[in-house]
Write a protein that binds this ligand. Structure first.
Ligand code: 13P
Ligand code: SF4
Length: 325
């Protein structure tokens, strides 16, 4: 879009931004946005990051209202960790299809089938699924979490089969029982896409998210979470990178690494749920205080235990608003 003030679209967006900033002050709110959000939403956000970092940041804020620009499981995690704050998800339909691929009932059935196994659940899951699990993990600490389960030889890993399979390849002494979940966005990357981009830039490093398929991960120079990608790229001497995760990552990668070039592994790397949040919906959310994310008390208590166990293992204090972060 042209930044010419006489362009009506420009004027509309600027007015929306002003409105959002005024409402944010009025509501004593903080806007947090996942790395996959639209550029203009990330630009306006107070904090951007990966799903876990955002929930941790939410706990540390003094704001009374958290507007979570992301998908349902992320806003739910923020609500579990921030019982005294109001958590808003601007678009009610912004769910994660992978998180919806398993239910609490299915976890109970798996536990009955493998009673000697521990249940590790990726944060990309509902609060009810977290509540049925022994411990949570993220894409950055999954290996560490599985290794920490010293008393268990078998681990049920839910819901992402690709992250689970990657963990299995790195932790061969455990038997990982996989679930059949997957990310419809990350599985769009094909082996041929990487080979094609590499033809025009053979010196580029390929950085992949572990939600990609195993044949794609086999081609990666580095495999990590979205938060890990920022750190890795900043420290790398390479000048060109093929990015194997959602397109929203390019906004900050380009901004924070002006001398480096980025190529999306495929133009299909767009998560439709993440792109639902627009400036218009953000303004609507703050104006009408919608959509409040509430987790039933019994589910909240158990899900928080799974999240706190993960934080203990990864060397961070259990999160709670009362802890004074
Ligand atoms: P991160 O936790 O690495 O940001 O990933 C979230 C996600 O939804 C990946 O598809
Ligand atoms: Fe869910 Fe995949 Fe979108 Fe992440 S990118 S929110 S896992 S659908």
């Amino acid at each position: 879009m042209s930044e010419n003030p006489s362009n009506p679209e420009f004027t509309y967006n600027e007015q929306l931004k002003d409105k959002i900033l005024q409402l944010k002050k009025l509501r004593n709110a903080v806007i947090i946005a996942h790395n996959y959000q639209r550029d203009e939403v990330q630009e306006l956000a107070d904090i951007t990051g990966d799903s876990l970092a955002l929930s941790q940041a939410a706990v540390r804020t003094d704001a009374k209202v958290i507007v979570f620009c992301g998908v349902t499981f992320m806003a739910e995690t923020a609500a579990i960790l921030n019982p005294d704050k109001t958590v808003l998800l601007p678009v009610i339909e912004a769910g994660c299809p992978m998180a919806d691929m398993i239910t609490a009932e299915k976890v109970r059935a798996l536990k009955a089938q493998y009673p000697d196994a521990a249940v590790v659940c990726y944060v990309n899951s509902s609060a009810r699924v977290k509540a049925e699990s022994d411990i949570c993990c993220t894409s950055s600490n999954a290996m560490e979490i599985v290794k920490s389960l010293k008393d268990y030889k078998r681990v049920i890993f839910i819901p992402d089969r690709n992250l689970g399979q990657y963990v299995q390849s790195q932790v061969p002494d455990k038997e990982i029982i996989l679930w059949k979940g997957f990310c419809p966005t990350h599985i769009r990357v094909q082996e041929e896409d990487i080979l094609e981009v590499r033809k025009s830039c053979p010196d580029a490093e390929f950085i992949a998210h572990p939600e990609c398929e195993p044949d794609v991960l086999a081609l990666a120079d580095h495999i990590c979470s979205t938060g890990g990608m920022f750190k890795y790229i900043k420290g790398s001497r390479s000048k060109r990178f093929i990015i194997g995760t959602e397109s929203g990552m390019l906004y900050r990668l380009k901004k924070e690494n002006p001398g480096k070039e980025f190529f999306l592994a495929t133009s299909h790397l767009i998560c439709p749920s993440m792109k639902l949040t627009t400036l218009g919906w953000l303004a609507h959310s703050l104006e009408n205080m919608v959509y409040k994310v509430e987790v039933p008390e019994d589910v909240k208590t158990k899900a928080k235990q799974s999240l706190d166990r993960m934080l203990e293992v990864s060397g961070e204090k259990p999160l709670s608003a009362a802890a004074g972060y």
